[in-house]
Design a protein around this ligand. Structure first.
Ligand SMILES: [Zn+2]
Length: 647
Protein backbone atom coordinates (compact mmCIF):
# COMPACT_ATOMS: atom_id res chain seq x y z
CA UNK A 1 0.00 0.00 0.00
CA UNK A 2 1.21 3.34 -1.00
CA UNK A 3 0.97 6.10 1.50
CA UNK A 4 0.32 9.49 0.02
CA UNK A 5 2.33 12.14 1.64
CA UNK A 6 0.72 15.57 1.51
CA UNK A 7 2.51 18.11 -0.53
CA UNK A 8 3.84 20.90 1.52
CA UNK A 9 4.30 24.23 -0.16
CA UNK A 10 7.00 25.51 2.05
CA UNK A 11 7.59 28.63 0.02
CA UNK A 12 4.40 30.22 1.37
CA UNK A 13 4.56 30.62 5.12
CA UNK A 14 1.36 29.53 6.80
CA UNK A 15 1.26 32.39 9.21
CA UNK A 16 1.03 35.07 6.54
CA UNK A 17 -1.78 33.45 4.66
CA UNK A 18 -3.89 32.56 7.67
CA UNK A 19 -2.79 34.55 10.69
CA UNK A 20 -3.68 33.12 14.07
CA UNK A 21 -5.89 35.43 16.15
CA UNK A 22 -4.02 37.15 19.00
CA UNK A 23 -5.17 35.77 22.30
CA UNK A 24 -6.68 38.05 24.97
CA UNK A 25 -4.01 37.01 27.47
CA UNK A 26 -1.32 38.13 25.01
CA UNK A 27 -3.08 41.44 24.50
CA UNK A 28 -3.22 41.98 28.26
CA UNK A 29 0.53 41.58 28.43
CA UNK A 30 1.16 43.93 25.51
CA UNK A 31 -1.22 46.70 26.62
CA UNK A 32 0.30 49.02 29.21
CA UNK A 33 -1.46 48.34 32.48
CA UNK A 34 -3.18 51.41 33.97
CA UNK A 35 -1.18 52.44 37.01
CA UNK A 36 -2.95 52.11 40.32
CA UNK A 37 -3.30 55.36 42.23
CA UNK A 38 -2.18 55.41 45.87
CA UNK A 39 -5.70 54.76 47.20
CA UNK A 40 -6.33 51.97 44.65
CA UNK A 41 -2.98 50.39 45.40
CA UNK A 42 -3.72 50.38 49.14
CA UNK A 43 -7.10 48.76 48.53
CA UNK A 44 -5.74 46.04 46.22
CA UNK A 45 -2.29 45.27 47.58
CA UNK A 46 -1.67 46.63 51.07
CA UNK A 47 -1.74 44.18 53.95
CA UNK A 48 -1.60 45.61 57.47
CA UNK A 49 0.60 43.78 59.91
CA UNK A 50 -0.70 42.74 63.31
CA UNK A 51 2.46 44.17 64.82
CA UNK A 52 1.73 47.77 63.76
CA UNK A 53 -2.04 48.05 63.30
CA UNK A 54 -5.03 47.72 65.56
CA UNK A 55 -6.92 46.26 62.62
CA UNK A 56 -4.76 43.76 60.74
CA UNK A 57 -5.36 42.28 57.28
CA UNK A 58 -6.06 43.84 53.88
CA UNK A 59 -6.27 47.65 53.87
CA UNK A 60 -9.82 49.04 53.94
CA UNK A 61 -10.92 52.64 53.45
CA UNK A 62 -13.79 51.89 55.81
CA UNK A 63 -11.96 52.92 58.98
CA UNK A 64 -10.31 56.01 57.45
CA UNK A 65 -12.84 57.59 55.05
CA UNK A 66 -11.05 60.96 55.32
CA UNK A 67 -7.77 59.41 54.06
CA UNK A 68 -9.10 58.57 50.58
CA UNK A 69 -8.99 62.09 49.12
CA UNK A 70 -5.53 62.67 50.62
CA UNK A 71 -4.23 59.54 48.88
CA UNK A 72 -5.91 60.59 45.63
CA UNK A 73 -4.18 63.98 45.89
CA UNK A 74 -0.85 62.10 46.03
CA UNK A 75 -1.69 60.62 42.62
CA UNK A 76 -3.12 63.84 41.15
CA UNK A 77 -0.91 65.28 38.41
CA UNK A 78 -2.01 68.86 39.10
CA UNK A 79 -0.89 68.69 42.73
CA UNK A 80 2.78 69.29 43.61
CA UNK A 81 2.67 69.32 47.41
CA UNK A 82 0.34 67.72 49.92
CA UNK A 83 0.50 69.01 53.49
CA UNK A 84 -1.23 67.06 56.24
CA UNK A 85 -1.74 68.70 59.63
CA UNK A 86 -2.80 65.86 61.85
CA UNK A 87 -3.60 64.50 65.26
CA UNK A 88 -1.38 61.69 66.53
CA UNK A 89 -2.44 58.14 65.66
CA UNK A 90 -4.39 59.49 62.74
CA UNK A 91 -3.87 57.80 59.43
CA UNK A 92 -0.92 60.05 58.47
CA UNK A 93 1.93 57.58 58.71
CA UNK A 94 -0.15 54.87 57.02
CA UNK A 95 -0.86 57.21 54.11
CA UNK A 96 2.90 57.81 53.84
CA UNK A 97 3.49 54.05 53.80
CA UNK A 98 0.91 53.58 51.05
CA UNK A 99 2.67 56.31 49.08
CA UNK A 100 5.97 54.42 49.40
CA UNK A 101 4.28 51.11 48.52
CA UNK A 102 2.55 52.50 45.43
CA UNK A 103 5.78 54.14 44.23
CA UNK A 104 7.85 50.97 44.62
CA UNK A 105 5.20 48.66 43.19
CA UNK A 106 3.51 50.77 40.51
CA UNK A 107 5.40 53.89 39.63
CA UNK A 108 9.10 53.47 40.41
CA UNK A 109 11.11 56.72 40.60
CA UNK A 110 13.78 58.09 42.93
CA UNK A 111 12.11 58.67 46.27
CA UNK A 112 13.26 60.21 49.55
CA UNK A 113 11.88 59.86 53.06
CA UNK A 114 13.03 62.48 55.58
CA UNK A 115 12.57 62.28 59.35
CA UNK A 116 13.53 64.94 61.92
CA UNK A 117 16.41 62.95 63.48
CA UNK A 118 18.50 59.87 62.83
CA UNK A 119 16.90 58.03 65.75
CA UNK A 120 13.34 58.81 64.57
CA UNK A 121 14.27 57.58 61.08
CA UNK A 122 15.78 54.36 62.46
CA UNK A 123 12.68 53.79 64.54
CA UNK A 124 10.49 54.28 61.44
CA UNK A 125 12.57 51.77 59.44
CA UNK A 126 12.51 49.25 62.29
CA UNK A 127 8.87 49.48 63.32
CA UNK A 128 7.04 50.60 60.16
CA UNK A 129 8.98 50.25 56.90
CA UNK A 130 10.14 46.67 57.44
CA UNK A 131 6.60 45.69 58.49
CA UNK A 132 5.19 47.38 55.40
CA UNK A 133 7.42 45.33 53.08
CA UNK A 134 7.29 42.04 54.96
CA UNK A 135 3.49 42.00 55.35
CA UNK A 136 2.69 43.10 51.78
CA UNK A 137 3.60 40.30 49.32
CA UNK A 138 3.69 42.56 46.25
CA UNK A 139 6.40 44.72 47.88
CA UNK A 140 8.88 42.19 49.24
CA UNK A 141 9.82 41.03 45.71
CA UNK A 142 11.22 44.47 44.94
CA UNK A 143 13.88 44.17 47.65
CA UNK A 144 17.25 42.67 46.71
CA UNK A 145 16.95 38.95 47.50
CA UNK A 146 13.71 39.77 49.31
CA UNK A 147 15.74 40.76 52.35
CA UNK A 148 14.16 43.37 54.62
CA UNK A 149 17.50 43.87 56.37
CA UNK A 150 18.81 45.60 53.23
CA UNK A 151 17.40 49.06 54.07
CA UNK A 152 20.21 51.57 54.56
CA UNK A 153 19.67 54.76 56.55
CA UNK A 154 21.48 57.96 55.63
CA UNK A 155 22.20 56.64 52.12
CA UNK A 156 20.46 55.07 49.16
CA UNK A 157 18.81 51.65 49.18
CA UNK A 158 18.74 50.00 45.75
CA UNK A 159 15.44 48.26 44.97
CA UNK A 160 14.84 46.36 41.69
CA UNK A 161 13.59 49.40 39.77
CA UNK A 162 14.46 52.46 41.85
CA UNK A 163 16.48 54.07 44.61
CA UNK A 164 14.94 54.79 47.99
CA UNK A 165 16.73 57.42 50.10
CA UNK A 166 16.11 57.22 53.84
CA UNK A 167 17.29 60.49 55.40
CA UNK A 168 16.94 62.71 58.43
CA UNK A 169 16.89 66.50 58.45
CA UNK A 170 20.54 66.70 59.55
CA UNK A 171 21.70 64.30 56.85
CA UNK A 172 20.09 66.37 54.13
CA UNK A 173 23.29 68.24 53.33
CA UNK A 174 25.16 65.03 52.52
CA UNK A 175 22.66 64.16 49.84
CA UNK A 176 22.16 67.64 48.48
CA UNK A 177 23.16 66.65 44.96
CA UNK A 178 20.64 63.79 44.67
CA UNK A 179 17.72 64.45 42.42
CA UNK A 180 14.39 63.01 43.57
CA UNK A 181 10.88 62.69 42.15
CA UNK A 182 8.94 62.02 45.33
CA UNK A 183 9.71 63.07 48.88
CA UNK A 184 7.99 62.39 52.19
CA UNK A 185 8.76 64.91 54.94
CA UNK A 186 7.56 63.39 58.20
CA UNK A 187 7.02 65.29 61.49
CA UNK A 188 8.09 68.54 59.81
CA UNK A 189 7.29 70.67 62.88
CA UNK A 190 10.10 68.85 64.72
CA UNK A 191 12.82 69.51 62.14
CA UNK A 192 15.86 70.82 63.94
CA UNK A 193 16.41 74.50 63.46
CA UNK A 194 13.12 74.83 61.61
CA UNK A 195 11.10 76.25 64.50
CA UNK A 196 11.00 79.91 63.63
CA UNK A 197 14.29 79.50 61.76
CA UNK A 198 15.21 79.15 58.11
CA UNK A 199 13.51 76.39 56.17
CA UNK A 200 16.55 74.16 55.50
CA UNK A 201 15.20 70.69 54.76
CA UNK A 202 11.93 71.89 53.21
CA UNK A 203 13.62 74.22 50.72
CA UNK A 204 16.27 71.62 49.91
CA UNK A 205 13.46 69.10 49.24
CA UNK A 206 11.96 71.57 46.76
CA UNK A 207 15.35 72.04 45.12
CA UNK A 208 15.76 68.33 44.63
CA UNK A 209 12.50 67.71 42.79
CA UNK A 210 13.12 70.40 40.14
CA UNK A 211 14.31 67.70 37.67
CA UNK A 212 10.75 66.32 37.60
CA UNK A 213 8.71 69.52 37.27
CA UNK A 214 5.47 67.88 36.10
CA UNK A 215 5.69 64.63 38.07
CA UNK A 216 7.22 65.56 41.39
CA UNK A 217 5.35 65.22 44.64
CA UNK A 218 6.19 66.32 48.16
CA UNK A 219 4.11 64.84 50.97
CA UNK A 220 4.73 66.77 54.19
CA UNK A 221 2.96 65.71 57.34
CA UNK A 222 3.18 66.63 60.97
CA UNK A 223 1.42 67.03 64.23
CA UNK A 224 1.46 70.82 64.58
CA UNK A 225 3.34 72.49 67.47
CA UNK A 226 3.33 76.28 67.59
CA UNK A 227 1.49 78.98 65.68
CA UNK A 228 3.99 80.81 63.53
CA UNK A 229 6.51 77.95 63.33
CA UNK A 230 7.78 76.79 59.93
CA UNK A 231 5.16 74.04 59.57
CA UNK A 232 2.33 76.46 60.40
CA UNK A 233 3.61 79.03 57.93
CA UNK A 234 4.05 76.46 55.15
CA UNK A 235 0.60 75.05 55.89
CA UNK A 236 -0.96 78.52 55.65
CA UNK A 237 0.28 78.61 52.05
CA UNK A 238 -1.92 75.63 51.06
CA UNK A 239 -5.67 75.56 50.36
CA UNK A 240 -6.18 74.39 54.00
CA UNK A 241 -8.96 71.88 53.52
CA UNK A 242 -11.27 71.06 56.41
CA UNK A 243 -13.39 67.92 56.76
CA UNK A 244 -17.12 68.75 56.90
CA UNK A 245 -18.93 65.93 58.68
CA UNK A 246 -22.66 65.39 58.18
CA UNK A 247 -24.98 65.23 61.21
CA UNK A 248 -27.01 61.99 61.02
CA UNK A 249 -29.82 63.72 62.96
CA UNK A 250 -30.35 66.96 61.01
CA UNK A 251 -28.40 66.29 57.81
CA UNK A 252 -26.43 69.57 58.06
CA UNK A 253 -22.64 69.80 57.98
CA UNK A 254 -19.92 71.40 60.08
CA UNK A 255 -16.19 71.05 60.75
CA UNK A 256 -15.79 69.00 63.93
CA UNK A 257 -14.03 70.74 66.81
CA UNK A 258 -13.44 70.49 70.54
CA UNK A 259 -15.84 73.42 71.05
CA UNK A 260 -18.73 71.09 70.26
CA UNK A 261 -17.91 68.53 72.95
CA UNK A 262 -20.11 69.25 76.00
CA UNK A 263 -18.74 68.17 79.34
CA UNK A 264 -20.98 67.62 82.35
CA UNK A 265 -20.07 69.99 85.19
CA UNK A 266 -20.41 69.83 88.98
CA UNK A 267 -22.91 71.98 90.90
CA UNK A 268 -20.42 74.87 91.08
CA UNK A 269 -19.96 74.82 87.29
CA UNK A 270 -16.48 73.25 87.41
CA UNK A 271 -15.22 70.15 85.61
CA UNK A 272 -15.76 66.74 87.17
CA UNK A 273 -12.84 64.55 88.24
CA UNK A 274 -10.99 63.24 85.16
CA UNK A 275 -11.87 59.60 85.76
CA UNK A 276 -15.60 60.45 86.03
CA UNK A 277 -15.50 61.31 82.34
CA UNK A 278 -13.79 58.05 81.51
CA UNK A 279 -16.28 55.95 83.45
CA UNK A 280 -19.59 57.74 83.13
CA UNK A 281 -21.73 59.09 80.33
CA UNK A 282 -20.55 62.65 81.02
CA UNK A 283 -19.08 63.87 77.72
CA UNK A 284 -20.99 64.22 74.45
CA UNK A 285 -20.37 65.55 71.03
CA UNK A 286 -23.21 67.98 70.23
CA UNK A 287 -24.14 68.98 66.67
CA UNK A 288 -23.79 72.79 66.54
CA UNK A 289 -26.66 73.05 64.05
CA UNK A 290 -29.46 71.00 65.67
CA UNK A 291 -27.92 71.01 69.19
CA UNK A 292 -28.58 67.28 69.58
CA UNK A 293 -26.18 64.94 71.33
CA UNK A 294 -24.47 62.33 69.22
CA UNK A 295 -23.65 58.81 70.30
CA UNK A 296 -20.17 57.60 69.35
CA UNK A 297 -21.68 55.62 66.48
CA UNK A 298 -23.54 58.70 65.23
CA UNK A 299 -20.27 60.62 65.37
CA UNK A 300 -18.75 57.87 63.28
CA UNK A 301 -21.64 58.01 60.77
CA UNK A 302 -21.08 61.76 60.53
CA UNK A 303 -17.41 61.19 59.77
CA UNK A 304 -18.09 58.52 57.16
CA UNK A 305 -20.28 61.00 55.27
CA UNK A 306 -17.60 63.71 55.48
CA UNK A 307 -16.45 65.94 52.61
CA UNK A 308 -13.19 67.90 52.30
CA UNK A 309 -13.53 71.57 51.35
CA UNK A 310 -10.94 74.36 51.01
CA UNK A 311 -10.69 77.12 53.61
CA UNK A 312 -13.41 79.80 53.44
CA UNK A 313 -15.81 77.42 51.71
CA UNK A 314 -19.03 76.01 53.09
CA UNK A 315 -20.61 72.62 52.44
CA UNK A 316 -24.37 72.06 52.42
CA UNK A 317 -26.19 68.93 53.59
CA UNK A 318 -26.01 67.32 50.15
CA UNK A 319 -22.24 67.79 50.07
CA UNK A 320 -22.20 70.73 47.63
CA UNK A 321 -19.24 73.03 48.21
CA UNK A 322 -19.79 76.78 47.86
CA UNK A 323 -17.27 79.58 48.18
CA UNK A 324 -13.90 80.55 46.79
CA UNK A 325 -12.49 77.42 45.16
CA UNK A 326 -9.30 78.01 43.19
CA UNK A 327 -6.71 75.61 41.94
CA UNK A 328 -3.74 75.48 44.31
CA UNK A 329 -0.87 73.07 43.55
CA UNK A 330 -0.35 72.94 47.34
CA UNK A 331 -3.07 70.95 49.06
CA UNK A 332 -3.54 71.18 52.81
CA UNK A 333 -5.57 68.78 54.96
CA UNK A 334 -6.37 69.16 58.66
CA UNK A 335 -7.21 65.92 60.48
CA UNK A 336 -8.37 65.70 64.10
CA UNK A 337 -9.39 63.08 66.67
CA UNK A 338 -13.07 63.98 66.16
CA UNK A 339 -13.18 62.22 62.78
CA UNK A 340 -11.54 59.04 64.05
CA UNK A 341 -13.22 55.62 64.37
CA UNK A 342 -14.60 55.20 67.93
CA UNK A 343 -12.53 52.04 68.35
CA UNK A 344 -9.45 54.30 68.26
CA UNK A 345 -10.70 57.35 70.19
CA UNK A 346 -13.84 58.28 72.13
CA UNK A 347 -15.13 61.61 73.41
CA UNK A 348 -15.01 60.16 76.95
CA UNK A 349 -11.28 59.58 76.54
CA UNK A 350 -10.78 63.11 75.18
CA UNK A 351 -12.79 64.58 78.08
CA UNK A 352 -10.62 62.64 80.54
CA UNK A 353 -7.45 64.03 78.96
CA UNK A 354 -8.90 67.54 78.87
CA UNK A 355 -9.92 67.43 82.55
CA UNK A 356 -6.39 66.30 83.48
CA UNK A 357 -4.88 69.05 81.35
CA UNK A 358 -7.19 71.58 83.01
CA UNK A 359 -5.98 70.59 86.48
CA UNK A 360 -2.38 71.03 85.31
CA UNK A 361 -3.28 74.36 83.66
CA UNK A 362 -4.72 75.71 86.91
CA UNK A 363 -1.52 74.65 88.67
CA UNK A 364 0.46 76.70 86.15
CA UNK A 365 1.51 73.99 83.67
CA UNK A 366 0.80 74.79 80.04
CA UNK A 367 2.23 71.68 78.40
CA UNK A 368 -0.67 69.19 78.83
CA UNK A 369 -3.15 71.65 77.35
CA UNK A 370 -0.83 72.47 74.45
CA UNK A 371 -0.33 68.76 73.91
CA UNK A 372 -4.12 68.26 73.79
CA UNK A 373 -4.48 70.91 71.09
CA UNK A 374 -1.51 69.57 69.10
CA UNK A 375 -2.05 65.85 69.37
CA UNK A 376 -5.84 65.55 69.57
CA UNK A 377 -7.26 68.59 67.81
CA UNK A 378 -4.41 68.68 65.27
CA UNK A 379 -4.05 72.41 65.97
CA UNK A 380 -1.01 74.54 66.56
CA UNK A 381 -0.71 76.07 70.03
CA UNK A 382 -1.51 79.71 69.99
CA UNK A 383 -0.80 82.22 72.71
CA UNK A 384 -4.15 84.00 72.61
CA UNK A 385 -4.31 87.76 72.35
CA UNK A 386 -7.82 87.68 73.73
CA UNK A 387 -9.51 84.66 75.31
CA UNK A 388 -13.32 84.59 75.19
CA UNK A 389 -14.47 82.16 77.85
CA UNK A 390 -18.07 81.30 78.56
CA UNK A 391 -17.51 81.44 82.32
CA UNK A 392 -16.46 85.11 82.05
CA UNK A 393 -19.37 86.24 79.93
CA UNK A 394 -22.08 84.33 81.85
CA UNK A 395 -21.10 86.45 84.87
CA UNK A 396 -22.56 89.40 82.91
CA UNK A 397 -26.08 87.97 83.07
CA UNK A 398 -28.05 90.25 85.40
CA UNK A 399 -31.45 90.22 87.09
CA UNK A 400 -33.27 92.61 84.76
CA UNK A 401 -35.89 91.44 82.26
CA UNK A 402 -35.57 91.46 78.50
CA UNK A 403 -37.63 93.79 76.29
CA UNK A 404 -37.73 96.42 79.07
CA UNK A 405 -35.32 99.35 79.10
CA UNK A 406 -33.44 99.44 82.43
CA UNK A 407 -32.65 102.66 84.29
CA UNK A 408 -29.39 104.13 83.00
CA UNK A 409 -30.15 103.52 79.33
CA UNK A 410 -30.23 106.82 77.45
CA UNK A 411 -30.21 105.49 73.89
CA UNK A 412 -31.12 102.30 71.97
CA UNK A 413 -29.35 100.96 68.88
CA UNK A 414 -29.67 97.75 66.86
CA UNK A 415 -27.48 95.54 64.69
CA UNK A 416 -28.93 93.28 61.96
CA UNK A 417 -27.19 90.34 60.27
CA UNK A 418 -28.74 89.11 56.99
CA UNK A 419 -28.91 85.40 56.04
CA UNK A 420 -30.54 83.26 53.31
CA UNK A 421 -34.03 83.22 54.76
CA UNK A 422 -33.78 84.93 58.14
CA UNK A 423 -32.28 87.85 60.03
CA UNK A 424 -30.49 88.05 63.36
CA UNK A 425 -31.28 91.14 65.42
CA UNK A 426 -29.73 92.53 68.59
CA UNK A 427 -31.05 95.61 70.39
CA UNK A 428 -28.64 97.27 72.84
CA UNK A 429 -29.23 100.07 75.37
CA UNK A 430 -26.43 102.60 75.94
CA UNK A 431 -25.65 104.73 78.98
CA UNK A 432 -22.88 106.94 80.28
CA UNK A 433 -19.27 105.79 79.60
CA UNK A 434 -20.31 102.89 77.38
CA UNK A 435 -22.20 101.02 80.07
CA UNK A 436 -24.62 98.97 78.00
CA UNK A 437 -27.45 96.48 78.28
CA UNK A 438 -28.76 93.76 75.96
CA UNK A 439 -32.46 94.48 75.52
CA UNK A 440 -33.63 91.95 72.96
CA UNK A 441 -32.19 89.42 70.54
CA UNK A 442 -34.00 87.38 67.93
CA UNK A 443 -33.77 85.26 64.85
CA UNK A 444 -36.47 86.60 62.54
CA UNK A 445 -37.70 84.09 59.96
CA UNK A 446 -38.45 86.01 56.79
CA UNK A 447 -38.34 83.77 53.75
CA UNK A 448 -35.90 84.37 50.90
CA UNK A 449 -33.92 87.54 51.67
CA UNK A 450 -33.34 88.19 47.97
CA UNK A 451 -36.96 89.43 47.95
CA UNK A 452 -37.46 92.94 49.29
CA UNK A 453 -41.07 92.08 50.23
CA UNK A 454 -39.75 89.61 52.78
CA UNK A 455 -38.13 92.46 54.75
CA UNK A 456 -41.49 93.74 56.07
CA UNK A 457 -41.26 91.63 59.24
CA UNK A 458 -37.87 93.18 59.96
CA UNK A 459 -39.17 96.66 59.24
CA UNK A 460 -42.00 96.20 61.75
CA UNK A 461 -39.64 94.84 64.38
CA UNK A 462 -37.28 97.81 63.99
CA UNK A 463 -40.14 100.28 64.43
CA UNK A 464 -40.99 98.88 67.89
CA UNK A 465 -40.83 101.20 70.92
CA UNK A 466 -39.59 99.65 74.15
CA UNK A 467 -41.09 100.46 77.58
CA UNK A 468 -38.88 102.01 80.28
CA UNK A 469 -38.57 100.11 83.55
CA UNK A 470 -38.83 103.23 85.70
CA UNK A 471 -41.78 104.59 83.81
CA UNK A 472 -43.66 101.92 81.80
CA UNK A 473 -45.86 104.61 80.22
CA UNK A 474 -42.82 106.06 78.50
CA UNK A 475 -41.32 104.31 75.49
CA UNK A 476 -37.95 104.47 73.74
CA UNK A 477 -37.34 103.83 70.03
CA UNK A 478 -34.12 102.95 68.20
CA UNK A 479 -31.75 105.89 67.75
CA UNK A 480 -29.74 104.13 65.05
CA UNK A 481 -29.76 100.78 63.23
CA UNK A 482 -26.85 99.22 61.32
CA UNK A 483 -27.63 96.42 58.86
CA UNK A 484 -25.03 94.20 57.18
CA UNK A 485 -25.07 94.76 53.40
CA UNK A 486 -22.23 92.40 52.54
CA UNK A 487 -24.36 89.36 51.73
CA UNK A 488 -27.47 90.76 49.96
CA UNK A 489 -26.02 94.09 48.96
CA UNK A 490 -28.53 95.46 46.43
CA UNK A 491 -31.66 94.32 48.28
CA UNK A 492 -30.37 95.63 51.62
CA UNK A 493 -29.50 99.00 50.03
CA UNK A 494 -33.03 99.18 48.60
CA UNK A 495 -34.44 98.29 52.00
CA UNK A 496 -32.50 101.19 53.56
CA UNK A 497 -33.78 103.56 50.85
CA UNK A 498 -37.32 102.32 51.43
CA UNK A 499 -37.33 102.71 55.24
CA UNK A 500 -37.32 106.50 55.36
CA UNK A 501 -39.01 106.38 58.78
CA UNK A 502 -36.11 104.40 60.31
CA UNK A 503 -32.61 105.74 61.23
CA UNK A 504 -30.99 102.82 59.35
CA UNK A 505 -27.54 102.62 57.69
CA UNK A 506 -25.98 99.87 55.59
CA UNK A 507 -22.60 98.64 56.90
CA UNK A 508 -20.07 95.96 56.05
CA UNK A 509 -16.82 94.68 57.52
CA UNK A 510 -13.63 95.47 55.62
CA UNK A 511 -10.17 94.27 56.69
CA UNK A 512 -8.54 97.02 54.68
CA UNK A 513 -10.06 99.89 56.65
CA UNK A 514 -7.57 101.77 58.82
CA UNK A 515 -8.87 103.71 61.80
CA UNK A 516 -12.53 103.45 62.63
CA UNK A 517 -14.54 103.30 59.40
CA UNK A 518 -14.78 104.61 55.87
CA UNK A 519 -17.87 106.01 54.22
CA UNK A 520 -18.84 105.04 50.70
CA UNK A 521 -21.56 106.36 48.43
CA UNK A 522 -24.29 104.10 47.06
CA UNK A 523 -26.21 106.40 44.75
CA UNK A 524 -26.91 109.03 47.38
CA UNK A 525 -27.10 106.49 50.21
CA UNK A 526 -24.19 106.44 52.65
CA UNK A 527 -22.60 103.03 53.25
CA UNK A 528 -20.09 102.47 56.07
CA UNK A 529 -17.15 100.07 55.74
CA UNK A 530 -16.13 99.04 59.24
CA UNK A 531 -12.84 98.14 60.85
CA UNK A 532 -14.44 95.19 62.66
CA UNK A 533 -11.28 94.26 64.55
CA UNK A 534 -11.41 97.61 66.34
CA UNK A 535 -15.11 97.19 67.19
CA UNK A 536 -14.50 93.64 68.39
CA UNK A 537 -11.64 94.90 70.60
CA UNK A 538 -14.11 97.34 72.10
CA UNK A 539 -16.71 94.60 72.68
CA UNK A 540 -13.98 92.47 74.24
CA UNK A 541 -13.35 95.22 76.80
CA UNK A 542 -17.10 95.47 77.51
CA UNK A 543 -17.74 91.72 77.74
CA UNK A 544 -14.53 90.15 79.00
CA UNK A 545 -12.19 92.70 80.56
CA UNK A 546 -14.66 94.63 82.71
CA UNK A 547 -15.63 92.55 85.69
CA UNK A 548 -17.87 94.88 87.72
CA UNK A 549 -21.15 96.45 86.60
CA UNK A 550 -20.77 100.13 85.86
CA UNK A 551 -18.92 102.16 83.25
CA UNK A 552 -17.69 100.06 80.31
CA UNK A 553 -19.69 96.96 81.30
CA UNK A 554 -22.02 95.05 78.98
CA UNK A 555 -25.01 93.71 80.96
CA UNK A 556 -26.94 90.71 79.67
CA UNK A 557 -30.60 90.31 80.58
CA UNK A 558 -31.87 87.56 82.88
CA UNK A 559 -33.12 85.23 80.12
CA UNK A 560 -29.94 85.22 78.03
CA UNK A 561 -29.82 81.72 76.52
CA UNK A 562 -26.88 79.34 76.12
CA UNK A 563 -27.16 79.89 72.36
CA UNK A 564 -26.60 83.65 72.77
CA UNK A 565 -23.57 82.93 74.95
CA UNK A 566 -22.17 80.59 72.30
CA UNK A 567 -22.52 83.27 69.62
CA UNK A 568 -20.81 85.82 71.84
CA UNK A 569 -17.91 83.45 72.60
CA UNK A 570 -17.53 82.16 69.04
CA UNK A 571 -14.42 84.18 68.16
CA UNK A 572 -11.06 84.93 69.70
CA UNK A 573 -8.19 87.20 68.83
CA UNK A 574 -5.07 85.53 67.47
CA UNK A 575 -1.90 86.34 65.63
CA UNK A 576 -2.05 85.00 62.09
CA UNK A 577 1.16 83.97 60.35
CA UNK A 578 1.14 83.83 56.56
CA UNK A 579 4.01 82.92 54.30
CA UNK A 580 5.77 86.02 53.00
CA UNK A 581 3.62 88.36 55.10
CA UNK A 582 4.08 90.08 58.42
CA UNK A 583 2.25 88.45 61.35
CA UNK A 584 -1.16 90.05 61.78
CA UNK A 585 -3.41 90.15 64.85
CA UNK A 586 -7.10 89.68 64.26
CA UNK A 587 -10.38 88.16 65.39
CA UNK A 588 -11.07 84.65 64.08
CA UNK A 589 -13.76 82.03 64.63
CA UNK A 590 -12.73 79.38 67.14
CA UNK A 591 -14.16 76.70 64.86
CA UNK A 592 -14.87 76.91 61.16
CA UNK A 593 -18.57 77.53 60.54
CA UNK A 594 -19.44 78.05 64.25
CA UNK A 595 -22.46 80.40 64.54
CA UNK A 596 -21.32 83.91 65.46
CA UNK A 597 -24.30 85.94 64.22
CA UNK A 598 -25.21 87.79 67.43
CA UNK A 599 -21.53 88.63 67.91
CA UNK A 600 -21.68 90.28 64.47
CA UNK A 601 -24.95 92.00 65.44
CA UNK A 602 -23.22 93.34 68.57
CA UNK A 603 -20.47 94.76 66.34
CA UNK A 604 -23.03 96.57 64.15
CA UNK A 605 -25.04 97.81 67.15
CA UNK A 606 -21.82 99.18 68.67
CA UNK A 607 -21.02 101.04 65.47
CA UNK A 608 -24.61 102.34 65.33
CA UNK A 609 -24.13 103.65 68.88
CA UNK A 610 -20.93 105.47 67.88
CA UNK A 611 -22.74 107.02 64.91
CA UNK A 612 -25.59 108.11 67.16
CA UNK A 613 -23.16 109.78 69.60
CA UNK A 614 -23.33 107.27 72.48
CA UNK A 615 -19.84 108.34 73.58
CA UNK A 616 -21.17 111.87 74.17
CA UNK A 617 -23.88 110.77 76.62
CA UNK A 618 -23.78 112.53 79.99
CA UNK A 619 -23.55 111.16 83.50
CA UNK A 620 -27.24 110.63 84.40
CA UNK A 621 -26.67 111.41 88.09
CA UNK A 622 -24.79 114.62 87.33
CA UNK A 623 -27.25 115.40 84.54
CA UNK A 624 -30.14 114.91 86.96
CA UNK A 625 -28.33 116.97 89.63
CA UNK A 626 -27.59 119.69 87.08
CA UNK A 627 -31.20 119.63 85.94
CA UNK A 628 -32.38 119.77 89.57
CA UNK A 629 -29.91 122.60 90.33
CA UNK A 630 -31.09 124.55 87.27
CA UNK A 631 -34.68 123.97 88.28
CA UNK A 632 -33.89 125.04 91.84
CA UNK A 633 -32.16 128.17 90.63
CA UNK A 634 -35.11 129.01 88.43
CA UNK A 635 -37.63 128.45 91.23
CA UNK A 636 -35.44 130.46 93.64
CA UNK A 637 -35.25 133.32 91.20
CA UNK A 638 -38.91 132.97 90.51
CA UNK A 639 -39.46 132.81 94.28
CA UNK A 640 -37.24 135.85 94.76
CA UNK A 641 -39.11 137.65 92.05
CA UNK A 642 -42.34 136.59 93.60
CA UNK A 643 -41.10 137.81 96.98
CA UNK A 644 -39.98 141.03 95.39
CA UNK A 645 -43.28 141.43 93.70
CA UNK A 646 -44.86 140.93 97.07
CA UNK A 647 -43.09 143.93 98.35
ZN1 LIG B 1 -27.51 68.18 63.66
Amino acid sequence: MKIKTPKLRLSTPLCIKRPLPVQQAELDILRPRPRLSVDQWALQRRILSKKTSKIAGPWSHEYVPFAVEIMQALSDNTVREVWLKKNVQGAGTSIGENFIGQTVDEDPCPMGVVFPTESSLKKFVRTRLKQLFSSTPSLIRHLPAGDIEKFRTGQETELDNMFLFLMWAGSAAEMASVSLCRIILDEVAKYKGEVGGEAGAIESARDRVTTFPDRSKIFALSTPILAGDIFDIEYSDTDQREYWVRCPLCGQRHVPAWEYVRLDKDSAGGLLRPRDYLQGDCAHYVCPVCEKKWTEMQRWQASQAGVWAPQDCRVDGAGKITGKIFSNPKRGYHASAFMVYPGFMTMARLAYEWARADIAWKAGYRQPKQSFYNKRCGLEWQEKEAVTEESVITAHIGEYLQEIVPAGVQMLTAGVDVHDDHFWLLVVGWGWLSECWSIYEARIESGDTRELNNYDCLRQQLAVYWPLKDNPDEMMGLARIAIDCNYRKEVVLDFCRQCTELPIVPVRGDDGVKGSHRAGDEGGLKRFDLNVNRLKDKLYRLFYESKTPGAGFFHLHKDTSAEVIRHLTSEEKKTVYKKGKRPRKGWMPKAEGAPNHLWDCAVYATFAAELAGATMLRDPVKAAAAAAAAKKMVTERMGARKIRTKY
